[in-house]
Design a protein around this ligand. Structure first.
Ligand SMILES: *Cc1c(COP(=O)(O)O)cnc(C)c1O
Length: 390
């Protein structure tokens, strides 16, 4: 209902959102009119397209990025008494997936200027129980994968890339998706492309791919030889799995979206460049450091507010921007500071000092392909105004 209040409310620019067009809608509708809503051909087509795009042998589609992380932990055989080293500067799911398998996440600090996991601290946290390392390509910038690979080799550990921010990013000329042993992407609406909810694991390892497929389908294998020998009705559940399947209409949406990914990435990069220029001369507003060897996917545009220079702190800026119709967010509260982690594992302040210091100052500004140039200018102008009138 149109009320005076609604009319006067300024449109909100969200920090992230999907861009769905008519052809995306039609792709979904055509599947809804077909015979196969799930476990049909659209799933394989989408998986092949994702694998092709990132240059991986296999892509296994699942119901969320979180399910993808869980499946990766299963496929690596992570279990009770194991430890997995993770970044604290991430969404809780990166650490929760370790707990789903009965193992313990161990947090390694981040590099203060990029907020990417610090390889030196990873190595310090490795012990006899360590069974994997998960790096997060924070904001869309790849981790220092060469350093992580060297450490992983030395200790004979598999590497998992939580690439949920980094679809389309490149590290030293190679797309994110094949650099770690397994890479996880999410298709949540704020990510680069969306299926509503959804995710994928990419790998070059056939055995891992088989385990991932079984895990998303209750632990039931698709062994056609067995079915031939014993009858088409026959199947075996050989491990405990889940229903983590992604539907055909979601895969059709994802496939349609994937075709637009280059365009989406270009727009994200344009917006980031404009922000870079807009904030260059504001003292007390800094952006994350960029590594020259990488191509950034700009899932997030994170600024850091130095209140001794700006006169306002991060929370003041958050409130100011919100009151002017600009949506921002804090990525992230270090995972181990959440009450659940403190209560269950006795984690506390001081564990990862660089992540904690950054957390107090960071703010993610709106960045997504549905933003107009006017939206971008509005954000820059309001940040400048908020800082200069303080
Ligand atoms: C979005 C995200 C996830 C979880 O993905 P969902 O699809 O929401 O389950 C995991 N890790 C990171 C870094 C993310 O940004």
């Amino acid at each position: 209902m149109e009320t005076k209040e609604n009319r006067n409310r300024q449109p909100i620019i969200p920090y992230g959102r999907q861009l769905i067009e008519e052809d995306d809608v039609n792709a979904v509708l055509s599947v809804l009119r077909s015979d196969w809503l799930t476990t049909g051909s659209k799933v394989n087509e989408f998986e092949d397209a994702v694998a092709d795009y990132v240059g991986a042998e296999y892509a296994i589609a699942v119901s969320s990025g979180t399910a993808a992380l869980h499946a990766a932990m299963f496929a690596l055989g992570v279990g009770r008494r194991d430890e997995v080293i993770v970044s604290p500067m991430t969404f809780a799911a990166t650490a929760n997936c370790v707990l789903y398998q009965g193992a313990t996440p161990v947090f390694a600090d981040v590099e203060p200027d990029t907020l990417l996991i610090d390889p030196a601290d990873v190595e310090k946290k490795i012990n006899a129980r360590t069974s994997a390392v998960i790096g997060v390509d924070f904001a869309g910038q790849p981790c220092d994968w060469d350093a992580l690979r060297t450490i992983a080799k030395r200790h004979n550990l598999p590497l998992v890339d939580d690439g949920c921010h980094a679809l389309g990013a490149e590290y030293k000329g190679q797309k994110i998706g094949t650099i770690a042993d397994m890479t996880v992407f999410s298709f949540h609406p704020v990510k680069h492309i969306t299926t509503g909810e959804g995710g994928v694991v990419t790998t070059n390892n056939a055995d891992q791919a088989e385990l991932l497929k079984r895990f998303r389908n209750h632990g039931i294998g698709a062994d056609h030889h067995q079915r031939k020998a014993k009858g088409e009705w026959y199947y075996e559940m050989t491990s405990l799995g889940y229903n983590y399947r992604l539907t055909d209409f979601q895969c059709a949406l994802g496939h349609s979206q994937l075709k637009k990914l280059p365009k989406f990435l270009e727009r994200r990069n344009q917006i980031a460049k404009r922000y870079d220029a807009g904030f260059k001369d504001i003292s007390g507003i800094t952006t994350l450091a960029r590594k020259r060897e990488s191509i950034h996917a700009y899932h997030l545009y994170v600024i850091s507010v130095e209140s001794t220079e700006t006169g306002i702190d991060r929370n003041d800026l958050y409130r100011d921007l919100t009151s002017h119709g600009i949506g921002t967010n804090v990525h992230y509260i270090p995972v181990y500071l959440h009450p659940f982690y403190r209560k269950s594992f006795g984690t506390k302040r001081g564990m990862c000092p660089d992540a904690e210091t950054a957390f107090e100052k960071i703010l993610s500004l709106p960045i997504h392909p549905a933003m107009t140039d006017g939206d971008v200018e509005k954000v820059i102008n309001q940040v400048c105004r908020a800082v200069s009138i303080s």
